[in-house]
Design a binder for this molecule. Sequence first.
Ligand SMILES: Cc1ncc(COP(=O)(O)O)c(C=O)c1O
Length: 468
Amino acid sequence: MLLYEELAHQLRTQIAQGTLRAGERLPSIRQLALHHGVSAATAVQACLQLEREGLAQARPRSGYFVRAAAPLAPIARSTRRRAPGTISNPMLQDVLDMLARSDLLPLHSANAAAELLPQAALTASLTHCLRRTPQSALDYAPPQGHLELRRQIAQRYAQLGVAVAADEIIVTAGAMEALSLALRTVTTPGDVVLVESPTYHGILQAIATLGLKVLEVPNLPDRGIDVVRLEQLLQQNKVRAAVLVPNFNNPLGSLTEDADKQALLASCARHNTIVIEDDVYGELAWSGQRPSLLRRWDKHGIVITCSSFSKILSPGLRVGWVIGSEWTDALLRAKYFSTVGVASLPQLAIAHYLHRHDMERHLRRLRRALADNGQRLHEGIARYWPQQTRASTPRGGLSLWLQLPPDIDVQALFEAALAAGIGTSPGMLFSSRGDYADCLRLSCGMPWGDTMDRAMRRLGQLAARQLR
Ligand SMILES: Cc1ncc(COP(=O)(O)O)c(C=O)c1O
């Protein structure tokens, strides 16, 4: 590496790591030369190199500054309208199979990186429970779940002003099992279920597996579920249930505000539609302000709430829950006949963790880190990706949704990224019928640093290559 390239590399790393941030001045040519033991000409060459890469900008008589990336254009709204139908997304399984590799940089996975989760404290809680109460840790858990854990969950809801008794909570293997049990309990094959567009592909797969039809209501990037369209759809169709993610839609990260939450509940109550509320991201507001649950506004007892600890403590312990209102007994029977109960040890360990540790402190840190990652991801994309790339502006959660210029084949970009060891989620995963072929979801769960900077640059190059 030539001397100027070495110096440019060091400055690039400082920008990538945030030591030098957008708008800040780079050290002067004199300082660079002095501190790095190079000539002034070499220092100038390094700055010119960063300027060519779009990372720095010269200002007359002031020196070089870290260039602020132009803000990304907002994502377009989804407008497609369709009658209820069966889910048909033939590529979905292939794409998920291709992503089932452990060697990828996991930008496809809506999870927080291990370093953002309290791994040491959870490990200590697991060890403690196994040592102190091996009998209970290794035995069957009660089908409804351990009471200590259900009490802790109920207490957390009480802090939000939502009255839930421990008796109403059923512990499940993650939110995914909660959603499946809820759907299985309230629907029969052939029923129509409303979902958002775009939405999490696990919800779509659960609906497909149960032989249900799907009807899509747009989720608007800037305001969440389109409640006006939802009312029209419920007027025009007999919809048995709606599976909704009002708190930080996956993939958009949008938030449905309280007034719209109340409006959508009123619509569902009027049309006898049961609401299955998926609140896995509810704790992950980037502003720090925890949004309300639909359940809080539920006057008619039509809401089933599903959630989990996967996004905030550990995805691998597989502990979630469902709160079933009048369906609690039916859900409990369904749970018993599917898996008898959730493994004891993870339940006891999470209850122990919640009892011993300051969960709110952990959540504050996690939210701040995700907001920062999201901001850096935006900057990285603006800096390295083709200019017309659009992006969502998430209010919370773990993902960023991108819309690429029309010339880019997102499936080819996804495959090229895989070959480069980077996992991404093509947009069509988030639609019942393979829409969003021009979109891509990236995870905000990875802290920014060299690896992320390199990955964003590589993805930008792969995308730009298709434009030529
Ligand atoms: C909206 C949504 N619901 C449910 C899940 C599944 O959560 P769990 O891992 O707790 O089963 C996910 C995971 O990505 C999700 O994004």
